[in-house]
Ligand binder design. Structure first.
Ligand code: NAD
Ligand code: UDP
Length: 314
């Protein structure tokens, strides 16, 4: 039988965090969910509030905190470009000071830390698909760098705490993940296109829509995250977690239109600066070290996500 642990999830009320909290509670663990609700609401975890093993704490990760826990999942950070660019300095503080506060606590408690990094550390990649040993192509002074560079710095901090203190750290690089519980106004492409299709509004395509992304369904991602936390202590990552099936944004829009039966028209808007033109994870390492690979196709995952948003707008 699995031993029950006390686990802290920063950013636990967010899209990924809320799924993670639920899964950990289902496994019999106690969960402390820390969030400042800057890009989420309590609604995401409302179904967990009456669970005896669940505690919700309103706190900003940029100031220190202390809870007695065995493990920490560090997810607190805005993930949508619209959100992280709306207050870039706060984004940097959240990533960097948040990581320091998490790592300091983990050091005091000798707790294990899983840090949520991102495919964005590869920037606008010159190597395709992206393996973990690719160092990336990031503009350090562009509008995305508040996120990209602070996430890179957070990875560095994890490694320095490992080198100096032998802290047990795990880094995952998450590629575009979607599913129920994304905020409808989040601004990411999957939620935007579904919401626009359901409301009969124009589907917004930035640029010519030929840029690609590889979309991972949330359940697959959470399985990968949990598998990473359970790997042997000398495996730190970073490890890519994502679905290697690659689609253009136009292909995504066509699928959403077909699956919703919407008559929305497509409208083309300017291509955002530094927006990566191609992105696809090389998941060989995740396959070999975690025995993990995604199972849910884009079509299946979109159907679940569309059903969720239909309920939100009922
Ligand atoms: P999200 O915006 O839905 O969730 C982030 C959560 O962190 C929110 O609940 C927000 O309120 C909270 N938060 C933000 N700043 C905070 C602060 N200073 N103090 C406390 N809480 C704070 O985003 P998500 O998609 O759930 O992403 C979760 C993590 O995964 C992030 O670290 C993100 O960078 C990473 N990630 C996600 C994706 C993806 O496709 N979903 C891809 C790459 C990386
Ligand atoms: N995008 C788009 N229409 C939208 C939102 C995003 O065409 O309404 C594009 C965006 O320019 C990017 C891709 O879709 O090329 C993925 O954007 P998202 O914000 O979901 O995530 P990113 O991978 O850029 O962090």
């Amino acid at each position: 039988m699995r031993k029950s642990k006390r686990i802290l999830v920063t950013g636990g009320a967010g899209f990924l965090g809320s799924h993670l909290c639920k899964k950990l509670l289902d496994q019999g663990h106690e969960v402390i969910c820390l969030d400042n609700f800057s890009t989420s609401t309590k609604d995401n975890v409302s179904d967990l509030l009456n669970h005896p093993g669940f505690e919700l704490v309103n706190h900003d990760v940029t100031t220190p905190f202390r809870f007695e826990v065995d493990e920490i999942y560090n997810l607190a950070c805005p993930a949508s470009p619209v959100h992280y660019q709306s207050n870039p300095i706060q984004t940097i503080k959240t990533s960097v000071l948040g990581a320091i506060n998490v790592l300091e606590l983990a050091y005091q408690l000798r707790a294990k830390v899983l840090h949520a990094s991102t495919s964005e550390v590869y920037g606008d990649p010159l190597i395709h698909p992206q393996p973990e040993d690719y160092w990336g192509n990031v503009n350090p002074v562009g509008v995305r760098s508040c996120y990209d560079e602070s996430k890179r710095c957070a990875e560095t901090l994890c490694f320095e705490y490992f080198r100096k203190y032998g802290l047990e750290i795990k880094i995952i690089r998450i590629f575009n993940t979607y599913g129920p519980k994304m905020q409808w106004s989040d601004g990411r492409v999957v939620s935007n296109h579904i919401v626009q299709a359901l409301k009969g509004e124009e589907i917004t395509i930035y640029g010519d829509g030929k840029q690609t992304r590889s979309f991972c369904y949330v359940d697959d991602l959470i399985d990968g995250m949990l598998a990473m936390m359970e790997t042997e202590s000398n495996f730190l990552g970073p490890v890519n977690l994502g679905n290697p099936a690659e689609f253009t944004i136009l292909e995504l829009a066509e699928k959403v239109l077909r699956l919703t039966g919407s008559k929305s028209k497509v409208s083309f808007l300017p291509f955002p600066s530094d927006d990566p033109k191609r992105r696809r994870p090389d998941i060989s390492l995740a396959k070999s070290k975690l025995g993990w690979q995604p199972r849910v196709s884009l079509e299946e995952g979109l159907k679940e996500t569309i059903a969720y948003f239909r309920k939100v707008f009922q």
